[in-house]
Design a protein around this ligand. Structure first.
Ligand SMILES: Nc1nc2c(ncn2[C@@H]2O[C@H](COP(=O)(O)OP(=O)(O)OP(=O)(O)O)[C@@H](O)[C@H]2O)c(=O)[nH]1
Ligand SMILES: [Mg+2]
Length: 301
């Protein structure tokens, strides 16, 4: 979300139109900016609830007026902060070649560049029973407390395909959480569930845990091969599969070497990006990083 207003906190342009910025936030951003003593082309970061506001100011005339551009990142966009900052710095000069009137008129075009993904995406979580698919979905998209997900509020086994819609980069993303127990039906040719799971899926996240790898690594690879061939027939041509080797908090020292081989095998032999993850609070950054990788990849297209 982007907003632009002058030092008296007047909004000149904003995008998207549907996003209503509160007076309170405008006031806070202005105050924060005034107290910061920011330099030209310095991007300030202001935390507002679970959002991060990136603030850039330009002095626009001799009367010490400033124009502030604020980009409000939602929590799932925060991991891409650096990309957003680079993007602002690379484009701001061009934008300020325009005069004031032109800037207000063209702000929407400028701001829209930050929302490069405008079509809806579909993301499928698929993999072993109890591997952590629902927990991952709930920590990332519902922002549920991982401690709860590991404790008293641990999810019930999923039955069938469960569909959700979230907003993501100003677009909607459909999430499909699938049942590990019913994995075989999703990779069986001609099965109706196979179509429902894979059709239109742009991002396919294959989840297995470190115990699955330790006890049945062949099945981990075999399942992935089935997903690859199903995807090739049913999913869109530019869809992508990622593998999450989950619950790395359960790794004991002697298993570490063997687990590192996962990445090598999946990436070298099957050409599938593999990452390690966990929702355990001290390690949940690994999950956010894995999602970040996917976000970056998806935005590149
Ligand atoms: N130790 C550990 N346990 C986890 C982690 N993530 C999830 N779990 C636990 O693993 C169990 C299964 O999690 P779910 O999210 O229900 O697994 P699922 O893949 O959705 O399972 P199905 O719906 O049956 O296919 C739960 O008890 C979670 O608390 C993790 O990172 N580490
Ligand atoms: Mg589940």
């Amino acid at each position: 979300m982007s907003e632009e207003f002058d030092i008296k906190s007047e909004i000149k342009s904003s995008y998207p139109k549907s996003f209503k910025i509160s007076r309170g936030l405008i006031h806070k951003i202005t105050q924060f900016f005034m107290q910061s003593g920011a330099k030209l082309n310095e991007i300030l970061e202001y935390n507002y609830g679970d959002k991060l506001v990136l603030i850039l100011s330009q002095e626009i005339d001799l009367h010490q007026s400033n124009e502030i551009i604020a980009l409000i990142l939602s929590p799932n966009e925060v991991p891409q902060k650096k990309e957003f900052i680079d993007f602002i710095l690379n484009n701001i000069e061009n934008f300020y070649q325009n005069n004031k009137q032109e800037r207000y008129a063209k702000f929407e075009v400028f701001a829209r560049q930050f929302f490069s993904e405008s079509e809806a995406k579909k993301l499928l979580f698929i993999g072993f029973p109890s591997a952590g698919k629902t927990s991952i979905k709930k920590s990332i998209f519902d922002k549920e407390d991982p401690k709860e997900l590991l404790g008293d509020s641990s999810p019930e086994p999923t039955r069938g395909l469960v569909h959700f819609i979230y907003s993501w980069f100003n677009a909607s993303i459909g999430i499909v959480d699938s049942s590990g127990q019913e994995f075989d039906s999703y990779v069986s040719d001609g099965n109706e569930e196979q179509l429902r799971a894979f059709e239109g899926s742009d991002i396919i996240i294959y989840v297995f845990d470190v115990i699955n790898w330790k006890e049945q690594s062949e099945k981990v690879i075999d399942n992935l091969k089935k997903i690859i061939s199903t995807k090739e027939v049913i999913s869109p041509p530019n869809s992508k599969i990622y593998a999450f080797c989950h619950k790395i908090d359960l790794l004991s020292d002697p298993d570490k070497d063997s687990i590192l081989k996962v990445k090598q095998i999946l990436e070298k032999d099957l050409n599938i990006k593999a990452t390690f993850s966990s929702i355990q609070p001290e390690l949940i950054h690994t999950l956010f990083r894995s999602m970040e990788l996917i976000l970056k990849d998806t935005r590149k297209k």
